[in-house]
Ligand binder design. Structure first.
Ligand code: TZP
Ligand code: MG
Length: 216
């Protein structure tokens, strides 16, 4: 996947694991795909998260759904799982395995890195994309850094760093356009899709907002 294709795939990046869902994760993912998500990250974290064989089995099921629908499948944190599944990529945070070592293991697959400021972005120039956040208040990540609005996205763009960016944290249909206008290629969303009464409609509404204001 080249940079243009990745930028386009990042438009509506749905992130979830079983703790984020009120319905069955396979159903949530299927409905989210029908609503127009463009990329998926398996992030099995938080209270009641599956481990071991159960985590692996769920990852396989969700990957299968992504494959059938030509949605790239990214694994959060777990580089070994990403390799075992031949996932399309992996996403790592500042506390996870260093990007150089991830890159060595996973080759030319997609590597996403969480960055919270311009300095971290400059240190992670081997990344294929940056996840920047939390942009807005979120209840999903207990150890999230302070909310910073869209300013860091703007700073990275002003520094003329061209790596694709997604904003994350508290993003909904109402504020997604602000994130794109600040210079992001897309938005990462957990709760506003995974816990919506109607998952398909929720995804479609956010996708519509993004399409209305993106450069594409
Ligand atoms: N990283 C920064 S905020 C966040 C992560 C994983 C959680 C985003 O979840 P939500 O429910 O979309 O606010
Ligand atoms: Mg992490």
């Amino acid at each position: 996947m080249n940079k243009e294709q990745l930028s386009s795939a990042l438009q509506l990046y749905f992130v979830m694991g079983s703790p984020n869902c009120v319905q069955r994760p396979v159903d949530v993912l299927s409905e989210a795909i029908k609503g127009g998500i463009t990329l998926f990250q398996f992030r099995e974290k938080g209270h009641g998260a599956l481990e071991g064989d159960q985590k692996y089995a769920l990852a396989e099921e969700l990957q299968y759904i992504c494959r059938k629908n030509e949605i790239p499948f990214i694994v959060d944190d777990d580089v070994d799982l990403a390799i075992a599944l031949k996932a399309d990529g992996v996403h790592v945070g500042q506390e996870d395995e260093p990007i150089e070592s991830v890159r060595e293991k996973i080759g030319n697959k997609i590597v996403g890195v969480s960055v919270h400021n311009l300095e971290e972005a400059k240190e992670a120039m081997q990344a294929d994309y940056f996840g920047v956040g939390p942009i807005f208040p979120t209840k999903t990540k207990e150890d999230a850094k302070p909310v910073q609005g869209v300013s860091v996205i703007r700073q990275i763009r002003l520094a003329e760093i061209q790596i694709p960016i997604v904003g994350i944290g508290g993003i909904t249909e109402k504020n997604a356009s602000e994130v794109i206008r600040a210079g992001a290629d897309g938005v990462s969303v957990i709760t506003a899709i995974s816990q919506a009464g109607n998952v398909r409609e929720a995804a479609a509404a956010i996708r519509k907002e993004i399409s209305a204001c993106s450069k594409r």
